[in-house]
Design a protein around this ligand. Structure first.
Ligand SMILES: Nc1ncnc2c1ncn2[C@@H]1O[C@H](COP(=O)(O)OP(=O)(O)O)[C@@H](O)[C@H]1O
Ligand SMILES: N[C@@H](CCOP(=O)(O)O)C(=O)O
Length: 370
């Protein structure tokens, strides 16, 4: 059997939609999977990983199937369905163009890749809606990092915005269900039980907890076809965990109302053709996460202040992508000019950047067979 799994990256929040709104973008993680039907395998958990880094990231990704985030998530899904390892001689070749730790949802994309891979090789036949539950049990990497590094018992702060965009594609609004009391206990299970610590290639035989049904949901919004996404990607990492740690525990009523007013406008603003720059610019303002994250991203304050539709023709709106440091500028034209101005601002803080012109990826995660 040979197949290719493709998963788009994401830009979460889009300004005011913190932990709620996500956009899948046309930069795809690819996994080429083949299973050779042999009677037995010497491979750990029957799986060999190869990794092609197209993202120019400094971090080295583990090729140990028990440690690598994608195969670890796939093993979680398999073990929930009484399969202790991959099918014999599974080869997993990962091609990754998504820069790590930059706010383009690399960890969420990897988690989605893991559930798609487990579903595929285990022939589990789970719907994408059910796979979202598994993604949400894992949370995204701000929790996974803790479990990899320290194996703490922290429970996960779950947000469906980036994983739902990568899984379902397009421009999505997401929400978490209020759970029944018995399911709340299951949702609060420590991550270390969902993704147990690597045990040196030994199968502990423990069956991990399955997610409650229908934890998270999504709704697709329209996207005006004229609108393109410019991602300006600074050459430094902001781990999502750090970018969440700088946020306050509570907010003023005025700030919450400010964001609600704009988040309510955002789907209509970005779905209407022709796009109205003033409406989009207003609808992308935020007081819940960006003001606090400025401390981690030199130049963010200035960029969000001076880049407006009045000062820059073609620009519609601007925000931090996910937890940053990538800047997402939405525009209809003059893409090079917009990118150059933002790159110049970062350069004045001695930060270099790359940039990409992207479009919404409407299909989400897909599997094709060779
Ligand atoms: N394809 C991948 N394979 C394995 N691990 C990955 C992959 N993509 C991302 N990760 C992990 O996710 C981390 C980045 O997660 P995070 O801090 O949430 O940033 P991002 O905004 O890119 O999602 C990386 O440091 C890496 O450990
Ligand atoms: N809503 C989350 C989204 C994190 O996205 P990522 O792309 O940075 O992983 C947040 O803002 O923390």
């Amino acid at each position: 059997m040979a197949s290719v799994i493709k998963i788009p990256c994401s830009s979460a929040n889009i300004g005011p939609g913190f932990d709620v709104i996500g956009l899948a973008l046309s930069l795809h993680l690819e996994i080429h999977v083949s299973i050779e039907n042999k009677p037995s395998s010497q491979l750990p958990f029957n799986c060999a990983i190869t990794y092609e880094d197209q993202s120019k990231s400094v971090e080295k990704i583990s090729l140990d199937p028990e440690v690598n985030l994608i195969t670890r998530v796939a093993l979680y899904l398999l073990r929930c369905h009484n399969q202790r390892a991959f099918p014999v001689e599974t080869k997993v070749h990962i091609i990754n163009p998504i820069p790590l730790g930059r706010g383009l949802g690399s960890s969420g994309t990897a988690v989605v890749a893991g559930v798609m891979l487990g579903n595929e090789v285990g022939k589990l036949g789970l719907s994408k809606e059910r796979l979202l539950d598994y993604c949400l049990m894992i949370g995204t990497l701000h929790a996974v990092v803790k479990s990899v590094c320290a194996f703490t018992n922290d429970t996960t702060e779950r947000h469906p915005d980036n994983v739902a965009a990568s899984l379902f594609g397009g421009f999505v609004g997401t929400y978490l269900n209020e759970l029944k009391p018995e399911d709340v206990a299951r949702k609060e299970i420590p991550l270390s039980e969902v993704l147990p610590a690597p045990a040196g290639g030994v199968d502990t035989g423990i069956r991990p907890p399955e997610p409650p049904m229908a934890i998270g949901h999504y709704r697709k919004f329209n996207w005006a076809p004229e609108i393109k996404a410019i991602a300006i990607i600074p050459d430094f990492v902001v781990p999502t965990a750090n970018a969440r740690n700088v946020l306050p525990e509570s907010y003023s009523r005025a700030d919450v109302v400010f964001n609600l007013q704009r988040a309510a406008l955002l789907p209509a603003a970005l779905g209407s053709s022709p796009p109205d720059p003033d409406m989009i610019f207003l609808a992308m303002q935020d007081k819940v996460h960006q003001p606090y994250r400025k401390t981690l991203i030199p130049g963010l304050t200035e960029i969000l202040q001076f880049m407006t539709p009045a000062t820059q023709p073609g620009l519609l709106g601007i925000c931090l992508s996910g937890a940053g440091p990538t800047i997402l500028a939405l525009a209809t034209e003059r893409f090079d000019e917009i990118a150059d101005r933002i790159i110049a601002q970062f350069a004045s803080n001695n930060i270099t950047c790359q940039w990409k012109l992207l479009e919404p990826a409407h299909d989400g995660a897909t599997v094709t067979y060779n």
